[in-house]
Design a protein around this ligand. Structure first.
Ligand code: OAD
Length: 230
């Protein structure tokens, strides 16, 4: 089966009611990154950081996958699909996608504040301040903060290099190293970009721009790919 790699960002979950980061009224308008999404923030004010991610978890648990998530899951019927997502929600999985790489972690899990490899499922939306890992250190959300390593980036780059068709949707490509992944996709490979506000990417060939919301553009593209043309 042809290998399709899909790189998604917050925009794919926007129509599920989860805010993006950089659109108007996005999360980074209401919060400073330095206050909630860095190791220094956790040192200074762990309660605020914990509360920020507890709220994100609550929103995610209340949200449902949308037509774009479902359409991407359907692609697996005809293609070998890997989704690389920057999102910390689990909406791709809940829609039925079976092969999802979470570059920036996943909000439904906690991690040890001293060893990021120790992760645990969280029951419900609230991670309490008193909860500790097996080493006795406080638990924090299993998300990658600014200034931290992105442990899955090499694996993601390898997956992109093996893509035979590439889809990018719902990301402004403002955050590295994720934004650099598109450059690992081979030159001859067709790259579809589905976004109401197509992000600027330089030095990229074989690009098809679909200026649309994910719930319009993705199901239409999936239908086209599922037809016998490919
Ligand atoms: P951004 O908020 O930077 O970008 C959202 C993108 O989604 C933009 O390109 C929008 O045009 C697009 N968009 C908005 N509504 C859409 C819709 N209905 N359908 C399709 N696209 C839509 O979000 P990301 O690029 O995901 O990282 O942000 C990348 C990273 O920055 C996040 O993973 C997070 C954040 O800080 C960390 O916290 C480490």
């Amino acid at each position: 089966m042809k290998r399709i790699v899909v790189l998604t960002g917050a925009g794919i979950s926007a129509e599920s009611g989860l805010k993006t980061f950089r659109d108007s009224n996005g999360l980074w308008e209401g919060y400073n990154i330095e206050d909630v999404a860095t190791p220094q923030a956790w040192q200074r004010n762990p309660e605020l950081v914990q509360e920020f991610y507890n709220m994100r978890r609550k929103d995610v648990l209340e949200a449902q996958p949308n037509l774009a998530h479902y359409a991407l899951a359907k692609l697996e019927e005809r293609f070998d699909v890997t989704i690389i997502t920057q999102n910390i929600d689990d909406l791709h999985e809940r829609a039925g996608s079976t092969n999802v790489v979470h570059l920036h972690g996943i909000i439904t899990k906690s991690q040890s504040s001293v060893n990021p490899e120790l992760t645990y499922p969280i029951k419900g939306w609230e991670l309490g301040m008193g909860e500790v890992c097996e080493l006795g250190s406080p638990l924090r959300a299993h998300v990658v903060w600014f200034g931290e390593d992105v442990p899955m980036i090499e694996e993601a780059a390898r997956i992109c290099a093996g893509a035979e068709l590439f889809i990018l949707s719902g990301t402004s490509l403002a955050v590295y190293p994720a934004a650099g992944l598109i450059h690992y996709v081979r030159t001859g490979v067709k790259k579809y970009i589905v976004d109401p506000n197509i992000p600027a990417v330089s030095r990229l060939t074989n690009v098809v721009e679909i200026q649309a919301k994910a719930t319009d553009g993705i199901p239409e593209l999936v239908e086209e790919l599922m037809s016998n043309k490919y």
